[in-house]
Design a protein around this ligand. Structure first.
Ligand SMILES: CC(C)(COP(=O)(O)OP(=O)(O)OC[C@H]1O[C@@H](n2cnc3c(N)ncnc32)[C@H](O)[C@@H]1OP(=O)(O)O)[C@@H](O)C(=O)NCCC(=O)NCCS
Length: 210
């Protein structure tokens, strides 16, 4: 049986770790952070963290810039909005501020994935607290094999938090991104957006009443 939002709120509150957001009774438990992810290809272990829990300063900013300037990430995500311009440190700092604000206000949820040396490997976000919310992600080529398992874990957080579903837009030719979504259980649905595919995953909390 699904928890009602009130039961979910009480249960999470009792851990002292609840953040309650928006008008949609959506909750993400920060204690979920620290979940361990295994890279499917290498077997290496990673941890999911809130960006606000990462060490501040130039190191994290340069790691974000380095990944976002990798050709695969830059070409699929940033080339068009930046009109071919560079992904700069200012962009990374802005992204970090946006990520931190999301957790502070509950408007959106950004998850950073760090390796066993504390190096940023990937990021995934839930872009709103709407019941059916959009997800997005990028991962360094140096950590190929981490994203599907990360997305699965985030879907599980989202289900427990009360999201009804998640969706993603991919450019039609972005086969690697489509494959991530399909491996995580998303299905392609009709899309009215030119040159883009829409994928959706309906969620159920899966929790049992105690
Ligand atoms: C798309 C992207 C996130 C994929 O990251 P990734 O870490 O390589 O993705 P995965 O974890 O799915 O790993 C891919 C490989 O591991 C395998 N794999 C990973 N997890 C797996 C699992 N649970 N079961 C089976 N195979 C798995 C896949 O088969 C795939 O192998 P292949 O490359 O030989 O085909 C990354 O390439 C990227 O950031 N691209 C640019 C940005 C982008 O497109 N973002 C999405 C915008 S919509």
């Amino acid at each position: 049986m699904r928890h009602s939002p009130e039961i979910l709120q009480r249960r999470l509150s009792s851990s002292g770790a609840v953040l309650a957001f928006g008008s949609h009774m959506t909750f993400i438990d920060p204690e979920s952070m620290g979940a361990s992810i295994v890279n499917h290809i290498t077997g290496r272990k990673y941890t999911i963290r809130r960006p606000s829990d990462l060490d501040e300063g130039p190191t994290i900013v340069s790691q974000i810039v380095a990944i976002c300037c990798e050709p695969e990430v830059y070409d699929w995500i940033f080339r068009e909005p930046l009109a071919g311009g560079p992904y700069t440190e200012e962009k990374a700092e802005h992204w970090l501020r946006w990520a931190r604000e999301g957790w502070a206000t509950g408007s959106h949820f950004v998850f950073a994935v760090v390796d066993d040396k504390g190096q940023l490997a990937a990021a995934c976000d839930i872009k709103s607290n709407d019941p059916m919310a959009e997800v997005g992600y990028w991962a360094s080529q140096d950590h190929r094999g981490v994203m599907t398992n990360t997305l699965k874990e985030i879907c599980s957080f989202a289900a427990k938090a009360g999201f009804k579903g998640l969706f993603a837009w991919t450019k039609s030719q972005n086969l690697r991104s489509r494959a991530v979504l399909e491996r995580a259980g998303f299905v392609k649905v009709p899309s009215d957006r030119e040159a883009h595919e829409r994928f959706e995953l309906l969620l159920s909390s899966g929790d049992k009443e105690e």
